[in-house]
Structures are given as C-alpha cells and as structure tokens.
Design a binder for this molecule. Structure first.
Ligand code: HEC
Ligand code: HEC
Ligand code: HEC
Ligand code: HEC
Ligand code: HEC
Ligand code: HEC
Ligand code: HEC
Ligand code: HEC
Ligand code: HEC
Ligand code: HEC
Ligand code: HEC
Length: 423
C-alpha cells in the first residue's frame, strides 16, 4: 500500500512538472502556470528570499540603498495574489540555494507568461530606444506597471487603470528632463492633453471611455508617427479616432477629404489637421471655429481670399462666429465637390443651406456667390466690370482733384502773399 502511494505521488509530481513546463512556454495570458504547481517546484521559496528582502536594513553594498520588497504590498499585487514565486521572474535564482547570491542578477523575465506583450513591446519606440542606447530613459515594463505592485488594468489602484494612464505616461512625457533626454520633438504632451476635451473628460468627468494616451497610441507597441504601422501615422489617424467616433468616421469616409486620403493623397486633411491631436476642443468653442477657417484656408488659399471679401468673411475675421464659416456651408466631414448632388452647395441643396440661418431666403438670394472674385471676368463678369469701373472712378476722382489741388496750391499761395502785401 505504502509503495503504491509513493508511486502515485511520484506520478502526480511528474505530471504536474510537465504541465508547468508546457504552460510556462505557452505565450497565452489565459494559460498562466498553476500556482499550486509553482509551490511544488524545487528551489528557493519566497520566504527564503524575504528572509533578507523583507528587512529594510539589507542594503546594496556599493550604493548603500535598500533592497526591501514589502511582503504585504507584494501579496496584494496581481502576482502575489496568485502565489507567484520570486524566482518565477528572477529566473536565474530558480534552483539557487547557496545564499547569499551574486550582487548583480539578470533582468526579471516576463516572457515565460506574457510572451505576446513582450513581443509587442519589443517592436515599440520605447524598446528600440533602449536597444539603441544604454543610457535611454524610455519606458520599460516597470515604468508603466511598477516593480512588485503590479495590478490588473481594471483595478483603480493600477498604474494602467484608464483614469490613471495620463499620469503614468505623463510622468515622462510631462517631465522636461525626460523630454530633453529622449529628444521628443513634440514636447510636453501631458500638459497639452490635460486641457483638451478628452483630458478633461478623463480627469474631471471620470469618463472611462474618453480617449487617453493609449487609446490613440496603444500600450505596448507605441510607435513614432513617421512609422507606417503607428496608430498616429497620418493615413491611420481617421481609423484611430474612428474607433470611438464611428459616426463621424463614416461621414468623413464618404467626403472628398476621406476619399482622397483613402486613395493615398496625403495632401487632404485628416482629423488631427482640423482638430489637433492633444488640444482637441469642443466643436462649438468660438476660437477653435475661427482657427478652423484659417486651417481650411491653408490648403484652399484662393477660397479663403474670396470668402474674406464677403460679409461672412469680414465678420468672422473680426472674431464673431454668428455668421457662416466654411463648414456651415460645406459641412465639416461629408464635404463634396459642388457638382456632386450630395454637396450642401450643389444647386439642388444650396437654398436649404442658406435657410439654416437666413430663414426667409429665396432662390434669388441663394444665387449670391460666396466666392465672388472681382479679378475673374469669366466667373463674375458684372462684379469684374463693376470693380473695374469703381477702380477707374476712384483713379479718375483722385486724379482730377489731385491735379486741381496741385494747380490750386501755387495760385493760393500767390494770392495770400498779395493780400499780405496789400495789408
Ligand atoms: C542572504 C540575504 C539574501 C537572500 C536570502 C536573498 N537576497 Fe537578494 N539581495 C541581497 C542583497 C544584499 C542584495 C544587494 C546586492 C548588492 O547590490 O550589493 C540583493 C539583491 C537582489 C536583487 C537585485 C539584483 C540586481 O542586479 O540589482 C534581486 C533581484 C534579488 N536580490 C532577488 C532575490 C531573490 C529572488 C531571492 C530569493 C531567491 C533573494 N534575492 C534572496 C540579499 C539576499
Ligand atoms: C512579476 C515578476 C516579479 C516577481 C514575482 C518578483 N519580482 Fe522582484 N523584480 C521584478 C522586476 C521587473 C524588477 C526590476 C528590475 C529587473 O528588471 O530585474 C525587480 C526587482 C527586484 C529587486 C531589486 C529592487 C531594487 O530596488 O532595485 C529585488 C531585491 C527583488 N526584485 C526581489 C524580489 C523578491 C524578494 C520577490 C519575491 C517576494 C520578487 N522580487 C518577486 C519582478 C518581479
Ligand atoms: C508604455 C507603458 C507600458 C509598457 C512599457 C508596458 N506596458 Fe503592459 N500595459 C500597459 C497598459 C496601459 C496596459 C492596459 C491596457 C492594455 O491592455 O492595453 C497594459 C497591459 C498589460 C498586460 C495585461 C494585458 C491584457 O491583455 O490584459 C500585461 C500582461 C502587460 N501589460 C505586460 C507587460 C510587459 C510584460 C511589459 C514589458 C515587456 C509591459 N507590459 C510594458 C502599459 C505598458
Ligand atoms: C510565472 C508567470 C508570470 C510571470 C513570469 C509574470 N507574470 Fe504577470 N501575470 C501572471 C498571471 C497569471 C497574471 C494574471 C492573469 C493575467 O491577467 O494575465 C498576471 C498579470 C499581470 C498583469 C496584470 C494584467 C492585467 O490584467 O491588467 C501585469 C501588468 C503583469 N502581469 C505584468 C508582468 C510583468 C511586467 C512581468 C515581468 C516583470 C510579469 N508580469 C511576469 C503571470 C506571470
Ligand atoms: C519612463 C519614461 C516614459 C514613460 C512612462 C513613457 N514614455 Fe514614451 N517615450 C519616452 C522616451 C524617453 C521616448 C523617446 C525615445 C527615443 O526615441 O529615444 C519616448 C517616446 C515616445 C513616443 C514617440 C515620440 C518620439 O518623438 O519619438 C510616443 C508616441 C510615446 N513615447 C508615447 C508614450 C505613451 C502613450 C506612454 C504611456 C502609455 C509613454 N510613452 C510612457 C519615455 C517614456
Ligand atoms: C485623441 C488621440 C490622442 C491622444 C488621447 C493622445 N495622443 Fe499623442 N498623438 C496623437 C496624434 C494623432 C499624434 C501625431 C501628431 C501630429 O502628427 O501632429 C500624436 C503624437 C504624439 C507624440 C509624438 C509622436 C512622434 O512620433 O513625434 C507623443 C510623444 C505623444 N503623442 C504622446 C502622447 C501622450 C503621452 C498622451 C497622453 C497624455 C497622448 N499622446 C494622447 C493622438 C493622441
Ligand atoms: C476639414 C476639417 C475637419 C476634419 C478633417 C475633421 N473634422 Fe471634425 N469637425 C470639423 C468642424 C468644422 C466641426 C464643427 C462642425 C459644426 O460646427 O457643425 C467638426 C466637428 C467634430 C466633432 C463634434 C461633432 C459636431 O458635429 O459638433 C467631432 C466629434 C469630430 N469633428 C471628430 C472628427 C473626427 C473623428 C475626424 C476624422 C475622422 C474629423 N473630425 C475630421 C472639422 C473637421
Ligand atoms: C477612446 C475613445 C475616443 C477616441 C479614440 C477619440 N475620442 Fe474624441 N471623444 C471621446 C469622448 C468620450 C468624447 C466626449 C467627451 C466629453 O464630452 O466630455 C470625445 C469628444 C471629442 C470631441 C468634442 C465633441 C463635441 O461635442 O464638441 C472632438 C472634436 C473629438 N473628440 C475629436 C477626436 C479626434 C480628432 C480623435 C482622434 C485624434 C478622437 N476624438 C479620438 C472619445 C474618443
Ligand atoms: C490639409 C489640406 C486641406 C484642408 C485643411 C482642407 N482641405 Fe479641402 N481639399 C483638400 C484637397 C487635397 C482636396 C481635393 C481632394 C480630391 O478631390 O482629391 C480638397 C477638396 C475640397 C473640396 C471639394 C472641391 C474640390 O476642389 O475638389 C471642398 C469643397 C473642400 N475641400 C472644402 C474644405 C473645407 C470647407 C475645409 C475646412 C473645413 C477644407 N476643405 C480643409 C485639402 C484640404
Ligand atoms: C455662404 C456659404 C459659403 C461659405 C461661408 C464658404 N463657401 Fe465655399 N462655396 C460655397 C458655394 C455656394 C460654392 C459653389 C459655388 C462655386 O464656387 O462655384 C463654394 C465652392 C467652394 C469650393 C470649390 C468647390 C468645387 O467643387 O469646385 C471650395 C474648395 C470652397 N468653396 C471652399 C471654401 C472654404 C475653404 C471656405 C472658408 C474659407 C468656404 N468655402 C466658405 C459656399 C460657401
Ligand atoms: C451659419 C449661419 C449662416 C449661413 C449658413 C449663411 N449665412 Fe449669410 N449671414 C449670416 C448672418 C448671421 C448674417 C448677418 C446679417 C443677418 O443677420 O442677416 C449673414 C449675412 C449675409 C449677407 C449680407 C447681409 C444680408 O443679409 O444681405 C449675405 C449676402 C448672405 N449672408 C448670404 C448668404 C448665402 C447666399 C448663404 C447660403 C449660401 C448664407 N448666407 C448662409 C449667417 C449665415
């Protein structure tokens, strides 16, 4: 009977070691090693390690800094709660028993259990920067997850909890020293983001679904905007914003700009050209609306010039948004060429467009040309000749009266001298 029991327990242990071995190399997060199995493995226990590492007085020989690992905090972490062993991460001590160990150990390895995340991270700008230079201060697992207090992203105390993320990335992307050391050209993004509609939605409204840094950049595979696989690569921006603003993306895709981008015409605008990336405002903020008119004008220079000549253009240039901006007539996302029947300025729809504000407008009113060009004879002959006439009238008037004044001056001068002599 005893022999049978011994054989059984041997088989049991062997089977478990097998399971542990396969699970530890499985790159799936749904297949973590069974904690019970971890206990059964040979090698040092957590108590062995904590014999020294729970003592705040145990210090590094060279630096004199403590190597304390707070047992209570570790137990409270996602890994501690799962009874992970210290040596699951500090794998080079897996079978070590002859303490004290070397003062320099290998980096903790996450691959055994989180291979997918490690691979993603390895492709990021953060990992690339670390590989390129030993002195790099780019983010590692520990910077975004902490060392021994890692928590699940659904835990409000986690550094990766959605409402905490701006601070987690902001610890570096809001720190002038890191920004300078990393040559991050865009500068202090954390500050810009804080005052944006998304930043306020996260920090003030506690809105879990608002965009935080990782919604637009990803968590592990963060890439430079010049990288075609980056979520913020120009052509990918509509899809990145569209993940949440699905309705707008659908409109944008049908419009001239979206169609042009989809065809690879990078001269057309994407979301961030009109809205910015980190300073996005509510769409009804007057200063933003006025900026957007200028933004349209950077690409449609001729149209903004003619627009500025009109009543609408003059009033918006004075800083008032009550009158029509470009998007009030053309739409913002589903913009079409004037010959497309879907266009808000197409002959069939123009009256409806003016009537949004000019309730009593009739067909005649809508004939008014919002881009009338006084230099364009073919397009606006009446305006062309009227403007020409006005110009020559002006020249004529100033010319005649100028000459008159010029001739009058010496005569008046002589007259005054004559009167003085008489007196
Ligand atoms: C006898 C005491 C003692 C025990 C037991 C002990 N350590 Fe250490 N450990 C130290 C000291 C002292 C240092 C600081 C070494 C230095 O930098 O001088 C240290 C440093 C470390 C470091 C940092 C290494 C580095 O490269 O900076 C890690 C990680 C570590 N220990 C993990 C463990 C683990 C895991 C265990 C259990 C398997 C363990 N230690 C057991 C005393 C101990
Ligand atoms: C989930 C993985 C994981 C587990 C489990 C873990 N550590 Fe660590 N530990 C790390 C990481 C990551 C670092 C950062 C340095 C590195 O990458 O090696 C670290 C660093 C350390 C250091 C150096 C601390 C310092 O301030 O420089 C010590 C000491 C240490 N661990 C001891 C322990 C002990 C003792 C346990 C068990 C109670 C333990 N670790 C469990 C991941 C882990
Ligand atoms: C730049 C910050 C950052 C770095 C660096 C980083 N992470 Fe993460 N990680 C996050 C964020 C944010 C989340 C939560 C959102 C998500 O799942 O994308 C997360 C989630 C995770 C998850 C849970 C994923 C899931 O699907 O539930 C694991 C596991 C993880 N990270 C492991 C790692 C490992 C291992 C490393 C290092 C190789 C690492 N992380 C580096 C930010 C980071
Ligand atoms: C021995 C296996 C093992 C190792 C090694 C390990 N972890 Fe984990 N980790 C787990 C398990 C199991 C979970 C809980 C299930 C899950 O969410 O993946 C977990 C959860 C996490 C979470 C929380 C995920 C979430 O849901 O948001 C993070 C973050 C994390 N690990 C990071 C790390 C990092 C960083 C390292 C390396 C320093 C590491 N882990 C090493 C097994 C491990
Ligand atoms: C520990 C500091 C640190 C943390 C935390 C950190 N980063 Fe970074 N990040 C850097 C550094 C340094 C660089 C520059 C790397 C280089 O090219 O040398 C960088 C580069 C970047 C870049 C590319 C910018 C460029 O000009 O190269 C983006 C995008 C980025 N990080 C986003 C994020 C996001 C999103 C988070 C949070 C999920 C985050 N970072 C967390 C330090 C950090
Ligand atoms: C709503 C989406 C969005 C959010 C939220 C967001 N970003 Fe960005 N980010 C972008 C876009 C789009 C770009 C590209 C900007 C451009 O082309 O001007 C960018 C660019 C960057 C860059 C420069 C990248 C490069 O390669 O030059 C960094 C660094 C960065 N963001 C960090 C962050 C950090 C940190 C946060 C959180 C505080 C954050 N971002 C939040 C969309 C976002
Ligand atoms: C050519 C400039 C331009 C582009 C490109 C653009 N927008 Fe807009 N967006 C605007 C204007 C102008 C408004 C204000 C519309 C109004 O007042 O009716 C606006 C409004 C919005 C609103 C608020 C909803 C509303 O109508 O008030 C959201 C959300 C939005 N845009 C998201 C996006 C997203 C996402 C993209 C990319 C898929 C995008 N925008 C591309 C100019 C643009
Ligand atoms: C993770 C989801 C998410 C992503 C990604 C996202 N947004 Fe938003 N956005 C929101 C939410 C939620 C709000 C509403 C916030 C509020 O009203 O407090 C919002 C609000 C806005 C507004 C103001 C709308 C209004 O009513 O005036 C604009 C404009 C906007 N986003 C543009 C963008 C652009 C451009 C991008 C991409 C660069 C983007 N968003 C990416 C979730 C997102
Ligand atoms: C980044 C440059 C850029 C910005 C900003 C921009 N556009 Fe465009 N727009 C284009 C390009 C390029 C096309 C031509 C697309 C095509 O047909 O391939 C275009 C086409 C158009 C058309 C169709 C007429 C035509 O010539 O095909 C209208 C109308 C239009 N834009 C209005 C606007 C309005 C209104 C705004 C501001 C809300 C704006 N655009 C902002 C680049 C821009
Ligand atoms: C009061 C309404 C109104 C405003 C405001 C307005 N437009 Fe127009 N726009 C029109 C109408 C109507 C047309 C078509 C008439 C034409 O040009 O033949 C047009 C034509 C255009 C076209 C050429 C379309 C094509 O298919 O050839 C572009 C580009 C354009 N506008 C851009 C702008 C820009 C940029 C602004 C702001 C600076 C602006 N518009 C302001 C009404 C307006
Ligand atoms: C967003 C609202 C809005 C839209 C759309 C709009 N307008 Fe206006 N427009 C105004 C306001 C406000 C004034 C100031 C005078 C007033 O209150 O009538 C004005 C003034 C004018 C004026 C000069 C003053 C006058 O009443 O004679 C003309 C001409 C004009 N608009 C033509 C048009 C035409 C044509 C369209 C359609 C293509 C149009 N507008 C679309 C708001 C708008």
């Amino acid at each position: 009977m005893k022999r049978w029991l011994a054989l059984f327990s041997l088989l049991y242990v062997a089977a478990f070691s097998l399971v542990t071995a396969t699970e530890q190399t499985t790159p799936s997060r749904t297949a973590p090693p069974a904690p019970r199995a971890a206990k059964a493995a040979p090698g040092p226990t957590n108590d062995d390690c904590l014999a020294c590492h729970a003592d705040p007085d145990v210090k590094r020989e060279a630096a004199g800094t403590s190597v304390l690992v707070d047992p209570a905090k570790f137990t409270d972490s996602v890994h501690g709660a799962l009874d992970l062993k210290c040596v699951d991460c500090h794998a080079d001590l897996k079978t070590f028993t002859d303490f004290p160990h070397e003062s320099k150990l290998a980096k903790a390895d996450c691959t055994a259990c989180h291979a997918e995340r490690v691979t993603e991270y390895d492709r990021s700008i953060h990992a690339a920067a670390r590989r390129q230079s030993a002195g790099s201060v780019a983010a590692t697992c520990v910077d975004c997850h902490s060392m021994h207090e890692m928590r699940e992203k659904t835990d409000p105390k986690s550094l990766t909890y959605p409402l905490s993320l701006p601070a987690t990335c902001g610890r570096c992307h809001g720190d002038p020293k890191v920004i300078a050391a990393g040559h991050i050209a865009i500068g202090n993004v954390a500050d810009l983001y804080k005052d944006s509609i998304h930043g306020k939605a996260v920090s003030r409204s506690g809105l879990m679904v608002a965009a935080n840094c990782t919604s637009c950049h990803g968590s592990h595979d963060v890439r430079k905007k010049s990288d075609a696989e980056s979520r913020v690569f120009r052509a990918n921006i509509p899809a990145t914003c569209g993940a949440c603003h699905e309705g707008i993306k659908a409109l944008y895709d049908t419009g001239v700009h979206g169609t042009a981008i989809a065809k690879g015409n990078n001269k057309a605008p994407v979301c961030a050209d009109c809205h910015s990336a980190h300073q996005i405002q509510r769409a009804d903020v007057p200063s933003w609306k006025l900026d957007t008119i200028r933004e349209c004008g950077t690409c449609h220079a001729d149209k903004i010039t003619t627009y500025r000549d009109t009543f609408h253009g003059q009033v918006t240039s004075l800083g008032f948004v009550r009158v029509a901006a470009c998007s009030d007539c053309h739409g913002a996302h589903d913009i079409h060429g004037k010959n497309d029947p879907a266009s808000t300025v197409a002959p069939g729809r123009i009256l409806e467009t003016c009537r949004k504000c000019h309730a009593t407008a009739n067909a005649n009113f809508a004939k008014y040309d919002p881009h009338a060009d006084k230099h364009d004879k073919a397009r606006n002959p009446t305006l062309f000749y009227a403007a020409g006439f006005m110009k020559w009238l002006l020249i004529g008037v100033f010319g005649v009266f100028g000459l008159h004044a010029a001739l009058w001056f010496p005569r008046g001068f002589r007259e005054r001298q004559r009167k003085a002599r008489q007196a």
